[in-house]
Design a protein around this ligand. Structure first.
Ligand code: PMP
Length: 292
């Protein structure tokens, strides 16, 4: 069935949702995006996603033509138009139509569109059996070149990593920063559990300041679990008590093997499960209502 897309202020059928071939989002990856989830008739952590979107756009000198409140209303409007209570939402702002040069001043009108679709969930065995990962040879883009904390439309660095994981026959891969420290995965943040403490890489080395990452840190604090942001190399991953990934689509996924090394006993860990249970309770109860 055709989806209804929100495009520059209008709800249009998917077939009519068109963007110019001169849009710099397409020509140069010039733009920002968000992936958001709706659970149980609520948009989860919408404000946090909009903050990241607007902050990223600000860094790119890209002025989003509508306010955060209007954008939040547009997200809800799109979900209603598609009759969705559980959904994956893709919110995209591009530089807009310009000429063939780089100059963003030639793009007077940014394009904004919102796609809401039913979510293709990870199969349940991912949560019970855990994931096998590899370390990608492709290094995460250095923040000296472009800060990966800006969720820009240029995801080729991540796609290069993803191609490696596909060739290796695994669903995700760890990306290191240019100094060899663990940064994140191609589309998820990473956490270790060591001696009942949580460790995740700091965002200043150049990874996405994940919304799920932050939610998990807050849940951990609430559970009395200690945690810290630290630089670490692969040895600490191989010898961790537990490893898990976080992301809007993934939620919290256990990792049981990395580069052929089992993590602990090769089974999802207790702390990962505890945090996942808490996270799922949160997703069912928090957020902006869609249908009232
Ligand atoms: N890192 C990257 C590179 C991502 O694309 C994502 C998905 N947005 C994440 C981490 C997880 O971030 P979030 O929890 O905000 O979805």
């Amino acid at each position: 069935m055709s989806l209804t897309i929100w495009l520059n202020g209008q709800l249009v059928p998917e077939e009519e949702a068109k963007i110019s071939v001169f849009d710099h989002g397409l020509l140069y990856g010039d733009g920002v995006f968000e992936g958001i989830r709706a659970y149980n008739n609520r948009v989860f952590l919408l404000r946090e996603h909009l903050d990241r979107l607007y902050q990223g756009a600000h860094c790119l000198c890209l002025e989003i033509p509508i306010s955060r409140e209007e954008m939040a209303a547009a997200v809800v409007e799109t979900l209603r138009a598609n009759n969705l209570r559980e959904a994956y939402i893709r919110l995209v702002v591009t530089r807009g139509k310009g000429d063939l040069g780089l100059d963003p001043r030639k793009c007077p009108q940014p394009s904004v569109f919102i796609i809401a679709t039913s979510i293709a969930l990870y199969p349940p065995e991912v949560y019970t059996d855990g994931l096998r990962l590899i370390t990608c040879a492709t290094r995460r883009t250095s923040p000296d070149a472009f800060d990966p904390a800006i969720k820009s439309l240029n995801y080729l660095n991540n796609i290069m990593g993803k191609i490696e994981t596909i060739r290796a026959g695994v669903p995700e891969g760890i990306m290191l920063d240019t100094n060899g420290f663990v940064s994140e995965c191609t589309g998820d943040n990473i956490f270790l559990v060591r001696d009942n403490r949580l460790i995740t890489p700091p965002t200043y080395i150049g990874n996405l300041d994940g919304i799920t990452r932050k939610a998990v840190m807050e849940l951990a604090l609430d559970e009395g679990i200690e945690g810290s942001e630290e630089l670490f190399r692969m040895r600490l991953v191989y010898t961790a008590d537990e490893v898990f990934l976080t992301g809007t689509a993934a939620e919290i996924v256990p990792v049981v093997e990395v580069d052929g090394r089992k993590i602990a006993d090769g089974k999802p860990g207790a702390m990962t499960q505890r945090l996942l249970d808490r996270f799922r309770t949160l997703t069912e109860t928090a957020g902006e209502p869609i249908f009232v």
